[in-house]
Design a protein. Structure first.
Length: 262
């Protein structure tokens, strides 16, 4: 398990515009952490700083006590995997080809795929329900199926942490449930830590153990859904009249939205 994954006083600028301002956060092993906020608040920027896809203006990200600014990307990728917003792949790769890319951080140059790699790839395909799709071209698959392929590629990295940026974007409703049910199961059964960025309140709240809400490029609140998703916070961050509730059929958290406050 990752013993220490922390953000300390993180600041980030795009040119001269401050996007993250003094963000500090501890990520706990095995949790699903939801980072919520409106478009443009800095949540995707925060996610990209977590695996050094962006370099902060100030502060740091610590992975097992090590500042990732001094780590090689290959080294980070052995612990942290990412599922980006865009799952479009323009070339005619098969599903297995794409999932096999997840083993690259562990392979020596020109060494090829080992027997252990093949076993891990097959396990990732099975975990995501793609064991019968290995020879299919990803260009022939639906949006939900492609998203499962990208998750399988991330799992092939055997990560301890999975970073997901708007994972249900552009998916139909049934595929949204399918993808997040899969992520929830992987977290609860295998102890995978998940950091999930989204602005889809009802869908994300259903699955998250803890919520961080970002407002004006800072963390406004950090805690359980009950602690963070108060009517006052929903109004301040999203400009909506809403409240945390329970789904009558499943008993899971949901957000009941009554309308705009603007």
């Amino acid at each position: 398990m990752v013993l220490n994954y922390e953000v300390q006083d993180l600041q980030f600028k795009y040119r001269n515009k401050l996007v993250l301002n003094g963000v500090s956060l501890s990520i706990r092993p095995g949790e699903i952490l939801g980072i919520l906020g409106p478009n443009g608040c800095g949540k995707t920027t925060l996610l990209k700083n977590l695996n050094r896809n962006l370099v902060p203006f100030g502060g740091c990200v610590l992975l097992d006590g090590n500042d990732i600014a001094g780590m090689k990307k290959r080294e980070i990728a052995r612990t942290v995997a990412a599922v980006p917003q865009d799952n479009e792949i323009k070339f005619a790769f098969t599903v297995k080809d794409i999932v096999a890319m997840g083993r690259m951080p562990f392979q020596k140059e020109f060494a090829g795929t080992s027997r252990e790699d093949e076993q891990i790839i097959d396990r990732a395909l099975t975990e995501t329900g793609l064991q019968d799709f290995g020879d299919r071209f990803i260009s022939e698959m639906s949006g939900g199926e492609r998203q499962r392929v990208i998750i399988a590629r991330a799992l092939a990295q055997t990560p301890k942490v999975l970073l997901m940026d708007e994972p249900t974007l552009h998916l139909d409703i049934s595929a949204q449930f399918e993808v997040l049910d899969l992520v929830y199961r992987l977290s609860k059964e295998h102890g995978l830590t998940v950091v999930l960025v989204s602005h889809d309140l009802p869908m994300v709240v259903r699955y998250c153990d803890r919520i961080v809400m970002i407002h004006d490029h800072k963390i406004l609140c950090n805690g359980t859904p009950e602690e963070t998703l108060t009517p006052a916070n929903l109004k301040q961050v999203f400009h909506v009249d809403g409240e945390l509730g329970k789904d009558a059929k499943t008993g899971r958290n949901t957000v009941i939205l009554h309308g705009s406050t603007q």
